[in-house]
Design a protein around this ligand. Structure first.
Ligand SMILES: [Mg+2]
Length: 323
């Protein structure tokens, strides 16, 4: 990709040399001007991240192509504020350094603007970063930004609140609630809390209405997916595409719990839809009402939300850098 870009750039520069000087200078300036990029770091997202990210950016970012800033969040909600400030200050790329929760905050501020989102995975799950191909390693992800291309993706709204990857209600909402406020991050706590929640959560009676169907019954989890995976390659909606204007809705029917655990290997291989208790379909608009308390998550963050849950698709809402 880098080589193709370099060759293309050289051809354009050669052609430009034969062009009118005014056009030539304007196009060359645009082509060669470094882009302004800012990294928004949530120091709570991982240990030593603050130190590491500066070193990584210094060593691995292409400084001919980018002029960078590194900003740290100081309180909850600060990432969104900083992202808005970056837009006002004319940054062209805002990079969320953190997990899906941090990405959600930054992305929410960038919706419907020309400012592109970049990602450095540094959270517990990193489902979106994994799906887009950023990998799990900070240095590698910084290098991948150098040659990334800008794409436009959809986002979802849950009762008006944006989500980029996944939102849902049920078992996974309970996992998010148990992870909330936990200082212990990484695979093991995530796994243990999932097992714990899997054993204690009881399926609720739900009604799911979309533009073309109504489903009722007891559900263990209902996920409305824009992207396909939680962290750790756990693919809840293997067919979800970020830019097709549709949600993939996935629900688990109420079956004996061992069946959910038995389906974990299949879900890691992207075959969760083969499990007998899974139903899945596409929709642009989903209304969920359920009996009992709602355990809701938006991009892996536990949210208190009572009553009816309305999910709405917003096509082509966000510019994002894809490696
Ligand atoms: Mg989609």
């Amino acid at each position: 990709m880098a080589r193709i870009r370099a060759v293309a750039q050289r051809i354009i520069v050669e052609k430009m040399e034969q062009a009118h000087p005014v056009i030539k200078n304007a196009v060359l300036a645009e082509l060669l001007a470094p882009k302004r990029i800012v990294f928004i770091v949530n120091p709570k997202a991982g240990t030593n991240l603050q130190k590491h990210i500066r070193k990584s950016v210094e060593q691995h970012l292409d400084h001919k192509r980018f002029i960078y800033g590194i900003w740290h969040t100081e309180k909850a909600g600060h990432a969104a504020e900083l992202a808005k400030k970056a837009i006002e200050e004319g940054y062209e790329i805002v990079v969320a350094v953190g997990g899906d929760g941090s990405i959600n905050e930054v992305a929410s501020a960038l919706l419907h603007t020309d400012v592109a989102l970049g990602i450095i995975p540094a959270g517990s799950g990193n489902g979106l970063a994994m799906h887009l191909g950023y990998g799990r390693d900070v240095d590698q992800a910084v290098r991948k930004l150098n040659n990334a291309t800008v794409k436009t993706i959809d986002c979802g709204l849950l009762n008006g609140r944006p989500f980029i990857n996944l939102a849902g209600v049920g078992f996974d909402g309970l996992v998010a609630k148990r992870m909330k406020g936990s200082q212990w991050r990484g695979f093991m706590p995530y796994f243990l809390r999932s097992v714990e929640a899997g054993l204690s959560y009881n399926a609720h009676h739900c009604t799911i209405e979309t533009e073309d169907r109504t489903i009722t019954g007891k559900c263990f989890v209902i996920t409305v997916a824009n992207g396909p995976m939680y962290g750790y390659n756990f693919q809840i909606a293997p067919d979800a595409r970020l830019d097709d204007g549709l949600f993939s809705v996935v629900l688990f029917r109420d079956v004996p719990r061992w069946q959910y655990f038995a389906a974990i290997p299949a879900s890691l291989k992207g075959n969760i839809y083969d499990a007998g208790f899974v139903e899945h379909f596409n929709a642009r608009r989903v209304k969920i009402t359920s009996e009992g308390p709602n355990f809701v998550h938006i991009d892996g963050e536990s949210i208190e939300m009572d009553g009816e849950l309305l999910f709405e698709m917003v096509p082509k809402a966000l510019k994002i850098l894809v490696p």
